[in-house]
Design a binder for this molecule. Structure first.
Ligand SMILES: Nc1nc2c(c(=O)[nH]1)N[C@H]1C(S)=C(S)[C@@H](COP(=O)(O)OP(=O)(O)OC[C@H]3O[C@@H](n4cnc5c(N)ncnc54)[C@H](O)[C@@H]3O)O[C@H]1N2
Ligand code: MOO
Length: 447
């Protein structure tokens, strides 16, 4: 495992006190290891899990050439341009069983959608295009071409070909595909355990009476929600006051149980911040000032769970579970306390890092480009994430406006927004109508 110093040496222009937001990803990619352990789950429980192995199709789907329409199957070689074709109906093929018999020249077979196409029949005319009289059916000129309305054996999946790849997230479509292969169970990667706690003396847990100068702990609910949506296994470790013994115990407890630990608060320069000192004591942690807004301060590194006398028993048990899962320390993300900053740093940095830990290799959803409906002031030299509302303008193009007050304590802005306007490091002021990049929440905050 590389030290942070060794990782930093690989990042061009690394300066923890003025780190470009676009350098953070490369750093975290080197810090975070994907989980390796797999488990077998029932397909019905597999939604949103990450596939542990490539799936090679054991059979062809569909297993036979079959009809895509209710109609009449015949040999398309008999079709003549600009001439109607009249055929004698010799039977009916239903879905689910092979029709027994032969269809000769001048004959056809009434066929239902999904029914096997007997050998020699390659074309289906939908019933509503035909005229029938007794056992004769007429295919008018030009309504079908040879090969129409035929679904070929294996056109969805061919036996022996890869159906899904290791690292893919099992979407509803992927679960359906596995079911089409008859797979009742699937091997998926273990979900990383991610512990979270909030820090700060001014933080109230829900149920506590309001008190002067104190605010309710909203970060716990935003972060735990983001973790659940992501598909990690969240561990809620509540709130810890800015008090060294309590902080140490909670950090150790978190590191013992989890693959990653996320905290909020206490990473800036405030006087009563014991959080930074404790992170330093328990691991290899870098304290960054990122050239971005919001989310300037952030701590990143690894902390380890050494046994403490008073919680030895529990720590030993949970450490054992973790050891069997193959790791002994936890990656730490110390996020800033401000409610918007915590969400933005999660979406911009923690989310991609945890996806890597989950073993997910799906390409991230692309940023959209939308025309800014307003002028935006932006200084080159930092990345800004403004809360945006994307809509379709009268011209049919995407347009984005901000939610108003962009203060990093204004959580309402995250509720109103449907995406983050990403103003890149070197970008300057934005004029009305200029194109800007937007990270849509659908797909990153949603499933
Ligand atoms: N002199 C400087 N002051 C500050 C700097 C700086 O660079 N120099 N950076 C500012 C920025 S940017 C941020 S962000 C904050 C981050 O500070 P901390 O991570 O130490 O966070 P706190 O001071 O504990 O809290 C900041 C703010 O957020 C509220 N908060 C904290 N936790 C929660 C929670 N769980 N739920 C809801 N709200 C929470 C807290 O009450 C504060 O208002 O530092 C700036 N200062
Ligand atoms: O940039 Mo701080 O992270 O404003 O909220």
């Amino acid at each position: 495992m590389k030290s942070l110093e060794a990782i930093a040496a690989e990042i061009a222009g690394y300066d923890p006190q003025a780190l470009r937001a676009d350098a953070v990803g490369a750093f975290l990619e080197r810090l975070v290891e994907p989980v390796r352990e797999a488990e077998t789950v029932a397909l019905r429980d597999a939604l949103d899990r990450i596939l542990a192995d490539d799936v090679i199709s054991p059979l062809s789907v569909p297993p036979h050439d079959n009809s895509a329409m209710d109609g009449y199957a015949f040999d398309g070689a008999a079709l003549r341009p600009e001439a109607a074709l009249t055929l004698r109906v010799v039977g009916t093929a239903l879905a689910g069983k092979a029709w027994q018999g032969t269809v000769g020249p001048g004959e056809c077979l009434k066929i239902m959608t999904g029914a096997i196409l007997p050998a020699g029949l390659d074309t289906v005319v939908p019933q509503e295009f035909t005229r029938s009289e007794g056992d004769r059916v007429t295919v008018p000129a030009g309504v079908v071409q040879r090969g129409d309305n035929r679904r070929l054996r294996g056109e969805d999946l061919m036996a022996g070909q890869p159906a899904l790849r290791r690292g893919q997230r099992l979407t509803p479509a992927a679960c359906g595909l596995l079911a089409s292969l008859g797979q009742q169970t699937v091997s998926v990667l273990r979900r990383p355990r991610v512990a979270y706690f909030s820090t700060g003396d001014e933080i109230l847990s829900l149920g506590e009476a309001p008190r002067e100068g104190a605010v309710y702990d909203s970060n716990r609910y935003t972060v735990l929600g983001l973790l659940r949506r992501l598909g990690c296994e969240p561990i809620d470790l509540g709130h810890v006051r800015d008090e060294p013994t309590a902080l140490e115990a909670r950090f150790r407890e978190a590191a013992a149980q989890a693959d990653a630990v996320i905290t909020s608060g206490g990473v800036s320069v405030g006087e009563a911040d014991y959080t930074k000192a404790m992170m330093k004591k328990l691991g290899d942690v870098a304290f960054w000032r990122i050239a971005m807004r919001p989310g300037r301060p952030m701590a990143v590194g690894r902390i380890s769970a050494e046994k403490t006398p008073d919680s030895q028993r529990e720590t030993v048990v949970s450490s054992y579970e973790k050891m069997t899962a193959g790791s002994s320390d936890a990656v730490l993300f110390g996020l800033p306390g401000n409610p918007v900053a915590v969400m933005v740093t999660f979406l911009a940095f923690v989310r991609p890092a945890l996806l890597r830990m989950m073993g997910c290799t799906d390409a991230p959803p692309p940023l959209l480009r939308a025309h800014s409906a307003e002028a935006l002031r932006k200084k080159p030299g930092r990345t800004e994430y403004q809360r945006g509302i994307v809509s379709r303008g009268a011209d049919g193009c995407l347009s984005v406006r901000t939610t108003g007050n962009q203060g990093s304590g204004v959580l309402r802005s995250m509720v109103q927004a449907n995406g983050l306007i990403v103003l890149h490091h070197d970008q300057g002021n934005v004029g009305v109508g200029d194109l800007v990049d937007v990270m849509m929440f659908d797909g990153v905050m949603g499933p």
